[in-house]
Design a protein around this ligand. Sequence first.
Ligand SMILES: [Ca+2]
Ligand SMILES: [Ca+2]
Length: 223
Amino acid sequence: MRTLLALLVAVSVASLARGAPVIVHEFGQGRAGNGEWVELLVVGTGPGTAVDLRGWVLRDLQGQGRGGTWLRFTEHELWAAVRAGTLIVIYNADDRPNLPAHFPRDDLDPADFLLVLPGQSGDSFALVQWGGLGNTGDHVVLADPPGNVVFELCYGDKACEPLKLGVVDRGRAAGYVGAGLEGVRDPRNWRIGADAPGSSTPGAPNSEENARWIESLRVSPQP
Ligand SMILES: [Ca+2]
Ligand SMILES: [Ca+2]
């Protein structure tokens, strides 16, 4: 009976982990061209938890027959258990010169809760294409391996519910400045500004309040 109970607990913990959230936390259009980047925040099911990101997909839906961006996380061990509080920054590897001046360097070591990776096919991702983030508008989607949408947002002339932001065109960025998941789908908790030093924050928290929340997620498992 005790074994059965332990098994049931293990199974329910595993299902919770599968449904654990990761959010698009910020994105930028670069200084020009296609110097785009997307910052994800792993929230898990709370402080000290982790998420299995293998097989997840980050894509956009530009509509009107336009290409868009489509990238899948590989089966690499880096993604097997990404800890809550980790920021994952993915950028357009084909237009590095147009990334903002303060963009962080590549970082494949998750020890400091920060990963910065080029959006290209390799150990970490299978990239179908980086069609850019639309300047007039776009619909960005994060989906789990079965294809369930875990998080999505729209901006500009693209519509979706409930997180619809204003104009984030050339040279601009948008980021969540709140704390917790409760307010993340409320556009009033997102700040849109220049994708430049002193405004956007690729690889870093988006406000003081936001920083305290992220720090609270970064609890080390008890030995
Ligand atoms: Ca790191
Ligand atoms: Ca940031």
